[in-house]
Write a protein that binds this ligand. Structure first.
Ligand SMILES: Nc1ncnc2c1ncn2[C@@H]1O[C@H](COP(=O)(O)OP(=O)(O)OP(=O)(O)O)[C@@H](O)[C@H]1O
Ligand SMILES: [Mg+2]
Length: 448
């Protein structure tokens, strides 16, 4: 094995000019080559193939296994396209290519018959030239060419192949760097997305916590207030009753009657507030919600203005619930009246029931968390004005109303929420401004 032999094939000036032209074209084309595979095939077929070499095999190194694999070729090993007949794997140190990889030094063999390292691949060759592809101090591959005659390669071939190897290695380094950048970009994009999701989840949790605390605080306050006020009203109505038995003057009696009506209204307000703060004494019984819904709807019919059509969609084999009957009826009545008020121009109002197996993945917006389980869902759907999203949490606050003063104190929904929560269920809303709203009451079902 000689490091620099005497004879070469690139001999004439025309040869040198053609070599330069090929290298120039390579220098321009290499910029646009997109991948390692494309680069190896380009070098084998368009560079080495045009430089008077009659064959070429390029090996890619796997440094973790100290192994070379044939990845691109020209000549006997490459019958057509990008195919290699029997692509060999060679360990570093084995054969001529393996030694070049191990020593990171180019080699020319003048006569392979005299070289004990020679491993014949397809046809027996007589001379060989082999240069390593090196990045820093790592071997990333080898470019190899054989010839059927001895002494086929000289200094000129060694120079030109070393230049090709240097240009190829530089491009390999660029491709590796671009791969690393892409991976880094991908990782950064991924962690950015993860962070954004965490921030969104956190904000949603904080909003939920804020709502829960707000409802708890208002509930506590209104409960205490209702309790105290109830005591005062008991004294007022007792005294009014006492006066009534003694008064004869019709004018005075009329005044008294007004006072009694106002007191009764106050008592009702106090009851609603107690229901909201979940301090109502409930009397749970087993209820067939379909029956209850049919009765409430029938009673409602006379109250609806023309243009509002009430229909029902009640599920067969509906599970029973265990809840306070009067509160359930009045919750449904309240929802029907709200739906009715939301459709001043008229529209369809649908009361429906459904057995629901609720799991935590359900996407509906629940006013408070609902434990997984079986529920009976009683829903009221309208085609009314709808509610802007940011106002949804507010509508459950006591005394929140958008109706004209005197039309209602704004206790309907807060009372319903208090009752449902006290019964182990909750309320959910789906709404879209100008399209309508659906209010769902979820009652725990008696296990079917
Ligand atoms: N189906 C609905 N469509 C549109 N808005 C609704 C609907 N139901 C309730 N709302 C809004 O929620 C507010 C609060 O409702 P809630 O039932 O608590 O009180 P109210 O109906 O105003 O008064 P009350 O029920 O005490 O007579 C309403 O004023 C209205 O703005
Ligand atoms: Mg109402």
């Amino acid at each position: 094995m000689n490091a620099v032999p005497k004879y070469g094939r690139i001999q004439t000036q025309q040869d040198e000019a053609a070599t330069l032209r090929t290298l120039n074209v390579f220098a321009v084309d290499v910029i646009a080559i997109p991948s390692v595979e494309d680069l190896f095939w380009y070098v084998a077929q368009n560079v080495v193939g045009r430089l008077n070499f009659i064959d070429c095999v390029i090996y890619q190194a796997d440094p973790s296994k100290n192994e070379l694999t044939q990845v691109a070729a020209l000549g006997e090993k490459n019958p057509f396209g990008r195919n290699i007949i029997n692509p060999l794997k060679i360990q570093f140190g084995d054969g001529i290519t393996g030694q070049v990889a191990e020593n990171r030094k180019a080699v020319i063999v003048d006569d392979l018959l005299k070289d004990q390292n020679y491993i014949a691949d397809t046809q027996l060759a007589r001379s060989e030239i082999c240069v390593p592809l090196v990045i820093g101090d790592r071997v990333v591959g080898v470019i190899d060419s054989e010839h059927p005659e001895p002494n086929a390669f000289g200094k000129a071939e060694l120079d030109v192949l070393t230049t090709v190897a240097a240009m190829t290695s530089a491009k390999l380094e660029l491709l590796a760097e671009s791969d690393r950048s892409k991976r880094r970009y991908h990782e950064i994009a991924q962690s950015h997305a993860q962070l954004a999701e965490e921030v969104t989840n956190r904000k949603a949790l904080e909003a939920k916590l804020f709502e829960a605390r707000k409802l708890e605080a208002i509930g506590h306050l209104s409960g205490r207030f209702a309790h105290e006020f109830n005591n005062l009203l008991t004294v007022v109505s007792g005294n009014l009753e006492f006066l009534e038995s003694d008064l004869q003057n019709p004018e005075m009696l009329e005044c008294l009657s007004d006072a009694q009506t106002a007191t009764a209204r106050g008592v009702q307000l106090v009851r609603d507030l107690l229901a909201y703060s979940q301090r109502t004494r409930l009397n749970p019984v087993n209820i067939d919600v379909n029956n209850l819904a049919a009765t409430v709807c029938e009673n409602c019919l006379p109250m609806l203005q023309k243009g509002v059509h009430l229909e029902t969609d009640l599920q067969d084999d509906l599970w029973q619930i265990n809840a306070d009957q009067k509160s359930t009826s009045s919750a449904l009545l309240n929802l029907i009246l709200n739906a009715h008020d939301a459709m001043p121009e008229g529209g369809n109002l649908c009361v429906s029931t459904k057995n629901v197996l609720h799991n935590l993945n359900e996407h509906r917006v629940f006013i408070t968390d609902l434990a997984p389980g079986s529920y009976v869902r009683l829903s009221v759907k309208d085609q009314g004005v709808g509610i802007p999203n940011d106002r949804v949490p507010q509508i459950f606050d006591p005394f929140f109303t958008t109706k004209i003063i005197g039309a209602g104190p704004g206790l309907g929904l807060s009372t319903i929420l208090g009752f449902l929560q006290q019964s182990g269920g909750t309320v959910a809303v789906e709404t879209k401004p100008n399209y309508g709203s659906t209010f769902h009451l979820y009652f725990p079902a008696i296990e079917p």
